[in-house]
Design a binder for this molecule. Structure first.
Ligand SMILES: Cc1ncc(COP(=O)(O)O)c(C=O)c1O
Length: 421
């Protein structure tokens, strides 16, 4: 480890059963040097690194299978279609959805939320109606609602969070009214790292007949997600955080709701018939997949989900929780460091500020030590405002991270303190 192991005597967290050496060997980029140092990658909440099997799946697609899907009777088109639809079945099983037709491939979470805003909310919203989100949302779960609310004369209501970063559930419940048409809430926040009680949130909303979209961008690679057990009406996730490629995402929607919704984008593949007078729509899920999809992205995502499943959340969760406890304790013991986000239920995110040091300077100095963290507002400016900081530094964890890497972060942060002493 480049920065040297730093003892962290304040915590004694048991090491977990994960075969970390084997897992790290699966990720080629983890072995590269940056700035003359061994890379320590702690920016996983922005995007995760990719295992060799995913990289190979993308290469194999273009080497052996490349053809357009759903269009040809020739061998390659059939093979590409089977691989693409096979990936959909993998996604369905990963999230425990009931039917493949409830799984729509999108570009990312952002597109999934915009799809629901435009095709589900827009036709239903009337002036004076509400859409309810929380104060810990990523911009992609704020702006699409602002846009549709502005157009329809509806109100965007925001449930507050407390000083730890926990949702204030009483206040959330009070904001549910007969005017609320939809709740859209994150399963896990990317800034304070809070894990929301989404099962309870869905229960409270459904008791009043209000549908719920859950933003699973962060949660889906840290914990098992069962959309049916959660009862979510919509669940969105993004491939590049799930150890899969960029440019591919997933929208799960309950079939009954998706059936009622008009298409989001028009074009090829999403139609049953077209004349100049009118067109009719294809069946689910194709109604929402206009144009040539990201075929290799879907296949790569399917491979990534198989990879996660092969490790198992029963091993991933305790490993990441142990790392989180270790990192929390390390940061809490450092003079001048303040954690932003100490929610009761948290996962894999360590957002923090340092006295008299701008987060950007923290990021720059630790980068010189080969340690990659994120600094800034993390696409969550209202969260920064809530905590009264312009920005934070954020170290975020994934399955391949180690205690030694957190020690390297600790050593790099000590250098930051020295520079600004
Ligand atoms: C909680 C949350 N929601 C939504 C997004 C948006 O994901 P994407 O940019 O892949 O659409 C992110 C990405 O960081 C996120 O952390």
């Amino acid at each position: 480890m480049n920065a040297g192991a730093v003892n962290n005597p304040t915590v004694d967290v048991p090491r977990t059963a994960l075969d970390l050496a084997r897992i790290r060997a699966d990720f080629p980029i983890l072995h590269r040097q940056v700035r003359g140092r061994q890379l320590v990658y702690l920016d996983n909440a922005a995007t995760t690194q990719k295992p060799q099997v995913v990289i190979d799946a993308l290469t194999r697609y273009y080497t052996d299978l490349n053809a357009n899907v759903h269009r040809g009777v020739h061998f390659l088109s059939e093979a590409a279609t089977n691989a693409y639809e096979g990936a959909r079945a993998t996604v369905r099983a990963f999230f425990n959805a009931a039917h493949d037709r409830e799984i729509i491939f999108t570009r990312n979470t952002t597109e999934g939320i915009n799809l629901v805003a435009q095709s589900f909310a827009r036709p239903r919203l009337q002036p004076g109606d509400d859409v309810l989100i929380s104060a810990m949302e990523h911009h992609s779960n704020i702006v699409p609602w602002q846009m549709v609310c502005a157009e329809k004369g509806a109100r965007l209501q925001v449930a507050p969070i407390d000083d730890r970063g926990d949702l204030v559930l009483d206040a959330f419940e009070r904001l549910l009214s007969e005017r609320t048409r939809l709740v859209s809430i994150t399963h896990m926040s990317n800034a304070p790292g809070t894990v929301n009680p989404v099962g309870e949130i869905v229960r409270l909303a459904h008791a009043r007949g209000i549908p719920v979209l859950v933003d699973g961008s962060q949660a889906a690679y840290h914990m098992p997600v069962d959309v049916r057990a959660l009862g979510a009406d919509f669940y969105v996730a993004t491939g590049h955080k799930l150890y899969g490629p960029t440019g591919i995402g997933v929208l799960y929607g309950r079939a009954a709701l998706l059936e009622e919704m008009p298409p989001f984008l028009g074009g090829g593949d999403m139609i049953a018939s077209v004349t100049f007078e009118r067109s009719t729509w294809n069946e689910l899920p194709y109604k929402f997949e206009a144009g040539t999809p990201n075929i290799e992205g879907a296949i790569g995502l399917g491979t990534a989900l198989d990879y996660i499943t092969s490790i198992g959340f029963d091993k991933i969760v305790p490993h990441e929780q142990a790392l989180l406890a270790y990192g929390t304790s390390m940061l809490e013991s450092m003079p001048g460091v303040r954690l932003i986000g100490t929610a009761r239920q948290k996962a894999s995110v360590l957002s923090f500020v340092m006295e008299d040091v701008h987060p950007h300077d923290i990021g720059t100095i630790v980068d010189r030590e080969g340690v990659a963290i994120r600094t800034g507002h993390h696409c969550a400016q209202p969260v920064m405002e809530r905590f009264g900081v312009p920005a934070t530094a954020r170290a975020s964890l994934a399955v391949y991270n180690t205690r030694e890497e957190l020690d390297a972060l600790g050593a790099a942060l000590r250098k930051v303190s020295e520079v600004f002493a």
